[in-house]
Design a protein around this ligand. Structure first.
Ligand SMILES: Cc1cc2nc3c(=O)[nH]c(=O)nc-3n(C[C@H](O)[C@H](O)[C@H](O)COP(=O)(O)O)c2cc1C
Length: 184
């Protein structure tokens, strides 16, 4: 993950291309329950104004993240999954009746798969990217970008050209377990 970007913009339609690749991500029941906000220019200003107050902006630990020229928010619609799993070929699962019936809510799984596709696509174009959380700002962002009520936010992906100096986050410094430790 890259948290310090230059202000250099992406090529025209480059970010649309990443979302186009994410259209091919696996999704449960081939449900069409994912949408994206593709934010550039003024919409990026609105994003940071909404999620960081003026005071918070000054003390924000990742100022180079605010340079990212492109942000993509991944949205999922649980109701699309309920409708899909109520169809004839899925009815026997009982998942169409209520979100509570889902031991693994596939909208979050699919949203993660779509987000990962975008991250890989950006890396493949030698760009840097960061997936980061929206936390308590979901409703405010929905209002600002006129997102329909039933959608839920998976998270935001910042994409841009990596700046020279990258500071590792505390999480990154934890390292990764070895392959042998990971396999039950
Ligand atoms: C679901 C999820 C949420 C994350 N949220 C944040 C976040 O809010 N802020 C952040 O700086 N990084 C966030 N990350 C990035 C992780 O910290 C990062 O992937 C992890 O530390 C491993 O580092 P690496 O991806 O650079 O190898 C998130 C990653 C995932 C998958």
């Amino acid at each position: 993950m890259v948290r310090n970007f230059t202000k250099e913009r992406l090529l025209p339609d480059q970010a649309r291309g990443f979302i186009n690749l994410a259209r091919s991500s696996p999704r449960a029941g081939n449900t069409e329950g994912i949408r994206y906000s593709l934010l550039e220019n003024k919409n990026i200003d609105i994003y940071w104004e909404t999620t960081l107050g003026e005071n918070e902006k000054e003390s924000f630990p990742w100022p180079g993240l605010l340079n990212a020229p492109t942000l993509i928010i991944v949205w999922v619609n649980p109701n699309s999954y309920l409708q899909r799993y109520a169809e004839d070929d899925k009815k026997r699962t009982g998942l169409g009746a209520d979100v509570k019936n889902w031991s693994t809510p596939y909208w979050w799984v699919d949203g993660g798969m779509a987000a990962m596709s975008i991250l890989i696509a950006a890396e493949s174009d030698n760009l840097g990217s960061l997936f980061f959380g929206i936390f308590s700002h979901e409703d405010a962002l929905k209002e600002k970008y006129s997102i329909p009520e039933e959608y839920r936010a998976v998270g935001t992906i910042a994409i841009g050209h990596p700046a020279k100096n990258q500071r590792a986050s505390k999480s990154t410094l934890r390292g990764r377990a070895s392959l042998d430790e990971l396999i039950f």
